[in-house]
Design a protein around this ligand. Structure first.
Ligand code: PA5
Length: 406
């Protein structure tokens, strides 16, 4: 269940901004999302079919039984969502089987060297995820790891150890899969990278990790109830922007949510940061960052607003000295920080879920999808492209003479 409050620590900052001015775009956003050209976003079948879901579960079970290390290769929207959900829900210290390693998010040879060394005597299965199939970083990772795996597995064995998640028809990965006979999952044409958690791009690695993906998808379905609140949040952000709050800090009070804020940064930056528009997303993990960023939020340049994502119920650890649970103290900290920031120049939007689990994260992801898309509609930019990202991709590809395109 999601609860929100966009007034308590926000309203005084948007006094004078006529939210009614946004009503026209707001109505347009709601009708596009609920019944118009974006209504496919409300249908879980647009993200994954029942048949594909069964395949995901079966193949994930196979992977869990047949490797020590599961390598997930992808960048941006192709890995960020599953990484965020895994970090939030998996135990931090338990030894995991298989161990999941993400690769293809950078070009650091030092990191590569460590991964190669680490996996060399282990049983490995890899999943490369790339919608376009042509992205430099994952393709390099795939080339390097395929070479290592080719040294210890026959081609026949590799067919059970390489899984490609990509477009159904286009791109060099699809071509490669067709030529070599690798097992594939499809990312539906209409669903872009940063919206792909509920597609095989996100679901398959999550299923391998032991996340209850059916519950996550139920959360997506339950998230329908929060479309009006997500639109209200998008309008509030825009009103804050009009009042000079150009930066949005996604603030959490649980370090397990750190990658969720990274995912949010990616979602909002790529969905809205174009045509010289958009609110700059940053992330904060409290109470840790109260001892660094907290200073800026309290007394620095007043261009920031916070969107605090709280969790109502957590594990119970009693702190005898204060006769309270640690979670109660955490929530007191969250509230007092909002008050302190509010007294100076920093507003806070409040969003909370009742407990950190698959269902609630499914709802929350859908909430933020809706808000990000609505926000883009409000400022008149295309939510689904990322022309800036394409520019750097093209420049590097040109510089390398396309040698990394299969
Ligand atoms: O959200 C997006 O669309 C991007 O972040 C892409 O996911 C990212 O650029 C990777 O692209 P691809 O999946 O084509 O390799």
């Amino acid at each position: 269940m999601i609860k929100t409050d966009f007034n308590k620590y926000t309203s005084k900052f948007i006094n004078g901004v006529d939210k009614g001015k946004f009503r026209k775009q707001e109505k347009r956003a709601i009708s596009e999302i609920v019944s118009g050209s974006l209504s496919y976003f409300n249908d879980i079948n647009s993200f994954v079919s029942r048949e594909e879901l069964n395949n995901i579960i079966n193949v994930a079970n196979y992977v869990r039984d047949n490797c020590d290390v599961f390598l997930v290769i992808g960048i941006g929207g192709s890995y960020m969502g599953s990484k965020a959900i895994m970090e939030a829900l998996l135990p931090s210290f338990a030894k995991k089987k298989p161990e999941i390693i993400f690769l293809g998010t950078d070009l650091s040879s030092d990191y590569y060297k460590e991964v190669i060394e680490y996996i060399k005597d282990k049983e490995v299965i890899l999943n490369i995820i790339s919608k376009s199939g042509n992205t430099l970083e994952p393709n390099i990772a795939f080339e390097v790891i395929s070479y290592i795996m080719g040294g210890k597995y026959s081609h026949e064995q590799l067919l059970d150890r390489v899984i490609i998640t990509t477009d159904s028809k286009e791109g060099s990965l699809r071509k490669l899969a067709n030529e070599e006979g690798y097992y594939t999952f499809e990312i539906p044409k209409k669903i872009g990278g940063r919206f792909s958690i509920f597609t095989p791009a996100g679901l398959f690695p999550l299923a391998v990790a032991g996340i209850d993906i059916l519950n996550l998808l139920e959360g997506f379905v339950g998230g329908e109830a929060y479309i009006p609140l997500a639109v209200e949040y998008a309008v509030t952000r825009e009103a804050l922007f009009k009042k000079g709050k150009y930066v949005e800090a996604f603030t959490v009070y649980n370090p397990k949510m750190y990658y969720f804020t990274e995912w949010l940064k990616q979602l909002f930056a790529e969905t809205q940061g174009k045509a010289e528009k958009g609110i700059l997303p940053i992330s904060i993990v409290n109470t840790r960052d109260l001892h660094s960023m907290g200073q800026f939020l309290q007394e620095g340049n007043p261009i920031i607003f916070e969107t605090v994502i709280g969790i109502e119920n957590a594990s119970i650890i009693k702190i005898v000295k204060y006769d309270k649970t640690l979670n109660e103290i955490n929530k007191i900290a969250q509230d007092k920080v909002c008050i302190a920031h509010y007294k100076d120049k920093t507003p806070s939007n409040l969003i909370s879920i009742d407990v950190l689990d698959e269902y609630n994260l499914g709802e929350l992801v859908r909430f933020f999808f809706t808000a990000a898309i609505t926000g883009a509609i409000l400022i008149d930019v295309n939510p689904f492209d990322q022309p800036g990202v394409e520019k750097y991709k093209q420049l590097i590809a040109d510089a390398l003479n396309n040698i990394f395109i299969f």
